[in-house]
Design a protein around this ligand. Structure first.
Ligand SMILES: Cc1ncc(COP(=O)(O)O)c(C=O)c1O
Length: 282
């Protein structure tokens, strides 16, 4: 079962399994996010995996992963989370949320080079999963120094290295490591607080402007992403680009996603720019 309005990276990998006879249910887009009730209704006795984003890429909805995790755990279903839009900036405990698999590229909120990323897999589930693409480093005997690689038996290592598909791009990993050090030196809780404070400064300004906020802003479902629509999103994006303000246009909305390097002056600049341009759009 795949959630509503998921980014294609978290849909195609599952749909690809249809060729192997796996039944894949992709929930219809609905309001653009998936609730625990949606998941409850989609499950049946044969469901093996629920795949969901921690945070929705286009509207920033933070899923109720704790509740969905416990629904899955009760039924022995693997809960696989695409964490890329929240990892590093939103506090999350994978164990208490009953998340079995948490995957994230490093190139977004983790401020790391393209090609970096990580996969968390609980010990229990990692033992049950058979790696589709084992690499030469995925086997037990590789840990023994001085061992010839030519007659290495194909016995998978116990830990998550069994899922590594080969030699890593170590130069990218060096950048990844430095970024993680930086983020951890500030602390995820602090970063989250800072980002929410920036968005809290933006929200009241938006409510005075001709825009429609698309994000759910309740404490449990908010994130670092705030999206809003207006009469001509494409044009507004163009004006913001010209003013040197970096936002994204996603699914017909402007997506604002400040990070630890942004400050209140940046938010003020964005507001000034919005006030100037929005009235021109009619
Ligand atoms: C929710 C989500 N998942 C995955 C990706 C990217 O996946 P990958 O790192 O596999 O290219 C993105 C954006 O690029 C995303 O927003």
């Amino acid at each position: 079962v795949v959630g509503r309005s998921e980014f294609p990276a978290n849909v195609f990998v599952w749909e690809n399994l249809r060729a192997k006879g796996v039944e894949v249910t992709v929930l219809p887009p609905g309001p653009g996010y998936t609730t625990p009730e949606d998941i409850r209704q989609a499950l049946d006795g044969r469901t093996r995996v629920v795949a969901l984003s921690f945070v929705q890429f286009h509207n920033g909805y933070r899923a109720d992963v704790e509740e969905i995790g416990s629904i899955c755990r009760e039924r022995g279903i693997i809960f696989a989370v695409d964490g890329i839009q929240g990892a590093g900036v939103l506090e999350l405990d994978v164990s208490s949320s009953n998340i079995d698999i948490f995957a994230s590229g490093g190139q977004k909120w983790l401020l790391s080079p393209f090609g970096t990323g990580f996969l968390y897999c609980s010990k229990e589930v990692s033992q049950k999963l058979f790696p589709v693409f084992p690499g030469w480093l995925s086997v037990r005997e590789m840990d023994r120094t001085g061992r010839s690689v030519l007659d290495m038996p194909f016995e998978l290592v116990e830990d998550a290295r069994r899922f590594e598909i080969g030699t890593l791009s170590y130069q990218d990993m060096a950048g990844f490591r430095e970024s993680l050090k930086l983020l951890l030196s500030v602390g995820v809780a602090e970063i989250q607080k800072h980002i929410f404070a920036l968005l809290d400064a933006l929200i009241p300004e938006l409510t005075k402007l001709p825009v429609q906020i698309q994000s759910v802003l309740s404490p449990r479902n908010r994130s670092g992403i705030l999206a809003f629509k207006c009469s001509d999103v494409r044009k507004l994006k163009h004006y913001l680009d010209q003013d040197g303000i970096v936002v994204a246009e996603r699914e017909g909305a402007i997506r604002v996603s400040p990070h630890l390097y942004n400050n209140f002056e940046d938010i003020e600049r964005l507001c000034r720019s919005l006030r100037t341009h929005l009235h021109k759009l009619g």
